[in-house]
Design a protein around this ligand. Structure first.
Ligand code: ASP
Length: 293
């Protein structure tokens, strides 16, 4: 079995995403998954998830890095994390401002004793580590903010990769859910939103509070570790999410090279590639029950 990779770009926000934007997101996903796969052939899974999530952060169609959503006080604060399946090291930044690639700041923390930093401390660290000042705002997000559209559930990006050595890694990055109270903590830089070990890796999107309530990523990975199939782990964990009508989606890749994806509401934007076959998106229809929400 060869190396493989799966990426996601959060949810389509059906009421706010026109067909042109959908197509543009799909094209961007295909381009990024193919480029990241080519990178994976010569790099580790850990290096590749940082590379892929950086490309997603740089694409302003997605709510992470450039194009992140604006919080209720008019400021962009981003969160990102990286985890290595072999060493089990986890690093992250929470509510960092004015950097281009939060995932790269997170990756640079993997070698530090204090590996999850928040707010101004994260920013001071980033500057001291050589990450230059960068404004991630795009005009579209300012217009949405000024119109007070409150486009929640728009985004988050993530990646899980399996490399030639059979090692897994995962990374996740977000601009948050939009219009949040300053100081709110997203799931994306926690082990509920991004988790991997030698058996399985998961990256989540959706409402951070819901993802935290079920410890979504770490629970799916733990169930696979304890002998569940990927599908059984998904079914059991999403049933727990459904018990309080939680809103979330998750991509996964296990050590056998099986891809996983489930979302509680349509439709997550995702793509996977194994060097031959390309898989794209959920694109399932709303059920009547979901349409009524
Ligand atoms: N999970 C992110 C958060 O709650 C948002 C998202 O995935 O769209 O901050």
């Amino acid at each position: 079995m060869g190396p493989r990779i799966i990426i996601h770009g959060g949810f389509f926000s059906e009421s706010h995403t026109d067909e042109i934007t959908k197509k543009a997101k799909q094209d961007a996903m295909e381009d990024i998954v193919r480029r990241s796969y080519a990178y994976l052939l010569e790099h580790t899974a850990l290096e590749t998830v940082v590379y892929a999530v950086s490309l997603l952060e740089d694409c302003e169609l997605f709510n992470a890095g450039t194009g992140s959503q604006i919080q209720s006080d008019g400021v962009i604060r981003m969160s990102a994390s990286v985890m290595d399946g072999i060493s089990k090291k986890f690093a992250g930044v929470i509510n960092i401002e004015n950097v281009k690639n939060p995932v790269q700041v997170a990756a640079s923390l993997l070698s530090k004793e204090d590996s999850v930093l928040g707010g101004t401390g994260a920013l001071h660290y980033a500057r001291s580590a050589g990450f230059e000042a960068y404004d991630p705002e795009i005009p579209q997000r300012r217009l949405e903010y000024e119109a007070k559209l409150g486009l929640a559930r728009l985004g988050t990006v993530g990646c899980v990769a399996l490399d030639i050595q059979g090692d897994l890694a995962a990374a996740t990055s977000t601009g948050g859910k939009g219009f949040e109270i300053p100081g709110r903590i997203s799931d994306s830089a926690t082990t509920a939103g991004n988790f991997v070990n030698e058996y399985c890796g998961v990256s989540c999107t959706g409402v951070g509070e819901d993802i935290l309530r079920v410890a979504l990523a770490s629970k799916i990975v733990t169930r696979v570790t304890d002998g569940f199939s990927l599908q059984e782990a998904y079914d059991k964990t999403f049933a727990e999410l459904k018990s309080f009508d939680g809103f979330a989606g998750a991509i996964a890749l296990d050590k056998n090279g099986s891809f996983g994806h489930t979302d509680s509401h349509p439709s997550m934007v995702y793509a996977w590639f194994d060097g031959e076959n390309l898989g794209m998106f959920g694109n399932r229809e709303y059920t009547e029950e979901e349409q009524a929400v």
